[in-house]
Design a protein around this ligand. Structure first.
Ligand SMILES: CC(C)(COP(=O)(O)OP(=O)(O)OC[C@H]1O[C@@H](n2cnc3c(N)ncnc32)[C@H](O)[C@@H]1OP(=O)(O)O)[C@@H](O)C(=O)NCCC(=O)NCCS
Length: 324
């Protein structure tokens, strides 16, 4: 079913410290290996900011871009699997940091790992459709550096910290969205993380638990199928053809995954917006960061049709088409 939702504003926040491939001096790796296998040249890692701090900066920027009164926000959803603490939610912490304590707001976090932001968008779209929500702030925010084993060269070089945010409203009726989502909970071993710990990456000690564990090749194969399936499903549901889509914004995990999808589905690679070369994989933050950056650079414009498509731990995958 198609739903009406307007993305009125977008914003993003990069973490404080830029880490280039050549900075991994404690690992047996190389810039050449990382770049050729992933397309990633650098990523940003937090030094003092937690997930809610990055979320706040992205939210303020999205509110500014939308030109709304922040007091109109009635719903805050934060997609994350690296919250500041187990409870309260990052969404509630964010409400306080935005100075909206006296506003009636439904605030909660949503965890669907790297698919989380697309799930948050779908959730808010449904809330808007029913009239439950009028103005929503949705954020994808992660401090993945807390759950990295910084000695696991096959995993830690891929990820970064950051946040991206949208203001979504019920304004107008022309902004149609169609959605698809799926999950394979039995594949939890392929990508999982047990707990949350802050680490100083310059003085990182080997950790035995609580870190992100990944079967790289299995995730790679899953990712190619998940993105292709997500695109196909939302195209079918929307009644559009791929030619009518201006850009696809995939989860920013690996340039080779995106290239495989492009070649398999015969979609020109220029149709895929990527910024993983500079940001790495920021999980739930990756799609809104890529979109907000593309909007700020004048690539994404009013009236365009786009597909957001994510995949991640669960295993989960989801896609949405939306008219900007
Ligand atoms: C992780 C990934 C880059 C590894 O690339 P790959 O081509 O599959 O590499 P392999 O896992 O087969 O490893 C090949 C070799 O490189 C080594 N290697 C792994 N990481 C390395 C690194 N950073 N630097 C140098 N060598 C590395 C491996 O140890 C292995 O060595 P061996 O042949 O001596 O055993 C790739 O599988 C991938 O991107 N998968 C998807 C991950 C992902 O997107 N996760 C997030 C999902 S939300």
């Amino acid at each position: 079913m198609n739903e009406y939702v307007k993305i009125k504003g977008m914003g993003y926040a990069t973490a404080q410290r830029r880490v280039n491939n050549t900075d991994f001096t404690w690992l047996d790796t190389s810039d050449e290996w990382i770049t050729s296998r992933t397309g990633i040249n650098s990523r940003y890692v937090t030094e003092t900011e937690n997930t809610s701090d990055l979320a706040l900066r992205a939210a303020v920027s999205a509110i500014e871009d939308a030109g709304i009164d922040k007091r109109d926000i009635d719903t805050i959803i934060v997609a994350t699997f690296t919250p500041d603490m187990l409870t309260p939610s990052v969404a509630s912490i964010l409400q306080a940091k935005l100075g909206l304590n006296d506003c009636p707001i439904m605030a909660f976090d949503l965890n669907s790992a790297c698919t989380g932001f697309v799930m948050a968008f779908q959730t808010v779209s449904a809330f808007i459709q029913t009239g439950r929500t009028k103005t929503a702030l949705i954020v994808g925010a992660e401090t993945l550096s807390k759950v990295m084993d910084w000695h696991d060269r096959g995993t830690c070089v891929l990820f970064g910290d950051g946040a991206g945010a949208f203001i979504c409203t019920n304004q107008g009726t022309q902004h149609v969205a169609s959605h698809f989502a799926n999950s394979r909970g039995d594949l939890e071993d392929v990508l999982s993380a047990e707990g949350l710990k802050l680490q100083d990456i310059s003085d990182a000690q080997p950790l035995t638990s609580g870190t992100l564990k990944m079967q790289g090749q299995a995730v790679f194969r899953f990712a190619v199928d998940a993105i292709s399936d997500g695109i196909r499903q939302v195209i079918e549901k929307s009644g559009l053809t791929l030619d009518q889509i201006d850009y696809i914004i995939p989860h920013q995990a690996n340039l080779r995954i995106i290239a495989h999808v492009a070649s398999k589905m015969k979609i020109p690679q220029e149709k895929f917006i990527t910024n993983l070369e500079r940001f790495g994989n920021t999980s739930a933050a990756s799609i809104p960061i890529a979109m907000a950056e593309a909007k700020a650079n004048g690539i994404l414009k009013e009236g365009q049709r786009i597909i957001m498509v994510g995949f991640g731990a669960g295993l989960t995958w989801a896609g949405s088409t939306v008219e900007l």
